[in-house]
Design a protein around this ligand. Structure first.
Ligand code: SPD
Length: 375
């Protein structure tokens, strides 16, 4: 895992970094409460912000959009900056008035963001008033190549959802460990794409088709989770996972580091965007309407839009960012990694999730609960 040290220059030479000169003055001396996905900043991101601004950060993590949404809707959680996925979560949270409008005068680093990505968010956030894009990625397969080949043969194609959804394949991989995201949007999307259908489909027969697809492989699935699968892939407890792109890049880096430390051969862990296509998602930053420290929240969001800061995060977490000015600063190996920045022909097969009607969403959640329980 490469860790860029560029933000240090900003810490030492604050004035030279531009647009990040907000100190603790104006924040009422209160700590900033940040709630983010797990493993979604670099090692020095939070300490870099604290040193640059004098603002103390309480940093807490989650691994499901639903956890964040439950806290936001209950109110009083006390978070100042949160990171929902854009569709459908931020979309409906904006509509429900859960976020405060951003004060763009306090976000000068907005100038660095990719105008195409900003424009792409205006359907859920007209005028880009409430959310700022953070990282984006895809949901595909993480593969331990040696173990999968040992189970399925040296010539097995690694670029298809068949690896997971073909029961003949899954049954042979059960022994080395299959893990699936506990995320109904991703799980439904993947199965529907595998079947050549619209991943945003919601008709009763589509839901039934997904239920049957999972019923056929359910006996071979070891775990359903959104965070632990990363370690399982890295330490050999899983050989095939459905996972978020950067998480699988992180698992590969952890495995490489462990191999270096122990002198053992490094496993060949790969992230695959299957040839049939995949879901693309975008996570955004927002300030809850009941935030207690909006001044510090703006300073934090602005800090994360510093090209050096966000490039270092991309290098560390292996997710693509939305900051054009950061592109030249990203580690060339990460910038060239087609799992992080897919080429045009692959991008053409990526599908953005949409907000489904409430009754469809409820049916999906019910079916997903049944699938997981094996009923
Ligand atoms: N470890 C960070 C993972 C971020 C994943 N966010 C996207 C979820 C899309 N359903």
């Amino acid at each position: 895992m490469s860790l860029r040290l560029a933000p240090l220059a900003c810490i030492l030479l604050l004035a030279a970094c531009g647009g990040d000169s907000t100190g603790s003055a104006g924040t009422g001396g209160q700590a900033l409460n940040v709630y983010n996905w797990s493993d979604y900043v670099a090692e020095d991101t939070i300490s870099g912000f604290e040193q640059a601004t004098g603002i103390k950060v309480n940093y807490d993590v989650y691994s499901e959009n639903e956890t964040l949404e439950a806290k936001l809707t209950a109110g009083g959680a006390g978070y100042d900056v949160v990171f929902p996925s854009a569709r459908p979560f931020a979309q409906r949270q904006i509509a429900a008035g859960l976020y405060m409008p951003l004060d763009k005068d306090r976000l000068p680093n907005l100038q660095h963001l990719d105008p195409e990505i900003m424009e792409g968010l205006t359907d859920i956030d007209p005028g880009n008033r409430h959310v700022v894009p953070y990282m984006w990625g895809t949901t595909g397969l993480g593969v331990n190549v040696e173990k999968v080949r040992a189970a399925l043969g040296a010539d097995v194609p690694l670029d298809s959802w068949d690896l997971l959804f073909d029961p003949a394949s899954a049954s042979k991989l059960a022994g080395c460990g299959i893990s699936i995201l506990d995320d109904d949007q991703e799980a439904f999307g993947a199965a529907l794409i595998w079947m050549g259908r619209d991943p945003n489909a919601g008709a009763a027969d589509e839901i039934e088709a997904v239920r049957q697809a999972y019923a056929a492989i359910r006996p071979y699935i070891r775990t359903f989770n959104n965070a632990e699968y990363k370690d399982a892939l890295a330490n050999g407890d899983a050989c095939l996972v459905m996972g978020y792109s950067g998480d699988i890049g992180q698992a590969r880096d952890v495995a490489l580091e462990a191999a270096e430390n122990t002198g053992n051969p490094a496993p060949d862990i790969r992230y695959v965007i299957p040839k049939e296509g995949a879901i693309r998602w975008m996570d955004v930053m927002a300030i809850p309407a009941d935030a207690r420290n909006p001044d510090a929240a703006h300073a934090f969001i602005n800090h994360l839009m510093e090209p050096e800061v966000i490039a270092a995060i991309t290098d560390y977490v292996a997710y693509a960012n939305a900051n054009l000015a950061a592109t030249a600063l990203v580690d060339p190996d990460i910038a060239a990694d087609q799992g992080v920045y897919p080429p045009a022909d692959v991008r053409a097969k990526l599908v953005d999730p949409v907000s489904l009607p409430e009754d469809v969403q409820r049916q999906r959640v019910r079916a997903w609960t049944q699938i997981k329980s094996g009923r």
